[in-house]
Design a binder for this molecule. Structure first.
Ligand SMILES: [Zn+2]
Length: 352
């Protein structure tokens, strides 16, 4: 049985892609990974309150048979390119629904046969290889996003009524400017993650390579999107937690930090971010309340192997701070250093 996963790549030509929740212009110069440094849409192209338009490219793949990973021919994805429109609209609506976001975008119909080059048309395309990824291609001009094209793999069209919609939601999340989130720190193999949903975490973010029981945005996804395109007034109603993570006294590089909002005995929301190269982190966009913090090396590096290439700290212990950290609107709550220890015997896991 094929498992549909939000396997996807993103290309930022000429840009400085960085696997944080956002894309960056000057990642190595950024003293603290905050939303203010994230690459955003050119306001002249997609300004506040305005609607970004996509068209479906009239590329042949929509209506042609395709070859899956086993070399077997599969039925054409759709009878016509317009067949994808309801699914694309549904996927876009996940991002525009939260009241905390200023995200208005639409699919206007089927356009011409568009190509990969920057052409100032945001396109949804089909590419005919059944064994590759779906991906978003973000075009930037001096670090400012001016266009996004989504290329869908035909194997991700087979269950768009169900789980495969996650792929479209995920790719449109890249178009917003979101990079890959971490999965929550469940140190099981892929199959076991399905079986044991831990009580402490939400489902994995749609912007991670993790597991969602159904297509949805998690609080982590909503917060990331809202920080990039906030609804008027929202930023005034949220706060941040900032600090540093160390491992044996040295900065813990690119390790995920998780903030979980607790109300009574209920887990209300979880969000995560990565430390930067100096171990600093800031989790922004948090509703006021008491948060449990946790940090530790990635257990599953799928979707974030670029951070490993940059020297991410691996194989450390986890640290859970069980004294809630108070977050207040409009404020940054600074926490003492979170100390990890090296030497955990675990191999980072990566799904191909
Ligand atoms: Zn992706």
């Amino acid at each position: 049985m094929a498992t549909l996963v939000a396997l996807a790549a993103v290309f930022v030509p000429g840009g400085d892609a960085f696997g944080y929740r956002f894309y960056w212009r000057t990642v190595d110069d950024s003293p603290l990974p905050v939303a203010a440094d994230a690459a955003r849409w050119d306001p002249a192209v997609w300004g506040p309150g305005r609607t970004l338009q996509f068209v479906v490219a009239d590329s042949p793949g929509w209506t042609e048979p395709w070859e899956d990973a086993r070399g077997e021919e599969q039925e054409p994805p759709f009878a016509s390119p317009a067949g994808v429109i309801p699914f694309a609209r549904k996927a876009l609506a996940y991002w525009s629904a939260p009241a905390s976001t200023d995200i208005h975008w639409a699919v206007t119909g089927v356009g011409g046969e568009l190509h990969a080059e920057r052409d100032h048309v945001n396109a949804i395309r089909m590419h005919p290889f059944g064994h590759g990824a779906s991906y978003a291609h973000i075009w930037d001009r001096n670090g400012v996003i001016v266009e996004c094209d989504v290329s869908l793999n035909p194997r991700h069209t087979q269950d768009l009524e169900g789980r495969a919609l996650e792929v479209l939601i995920h790719e449109f999340g890249h178009c917003l400017g979101l990079a890959h989130s971490a999965m929550f720190p469940t140190w099981d193999t892929w199959g076991w993650r399905h079986a044991f949903r831990p009580a402490l975490w939400d489902a994995d973010p749609v912007m991670s390579y993790g597991y969602l029981p159904e297509p949805a945005l998690t609080p982590d996804d909503r917060i990331g999107a809202s920080l990039l395109r906030p609804a008027p007034g929202w930023l005034d109603r949220v706060g941040s937690i900032a600090g540093q993570v160390t491992v044996d006294g040295r900065p813990a590089r690119y390790v995920p930090v998780f903030a979980t909002l607790i109300s009574g005995e209920e887990v209300v929301a979880s969000a995560n971010t990565f430390t930067n190269g100096e171990g600093f982190f800031a989790i922004e966009g948090l509703s006021p309340g008491g948060y449990l913090l946790a940090a530790g090396a990635m257990g599953d590096i799928s979707g974030n192997s670029s951070l490993v290439d940059r020297g991410a700290t691996l194989g450390s212990t986890d640290q859970y701070l069980l004294e809630p950290v108070r977050v207040a609107a409009g404020q940054v709550t600074r926490v003492p250093p979170i100390s990890l220890r090296a030497g955990r015997e675990a191999s980072p896991f990566r799904r191909e």
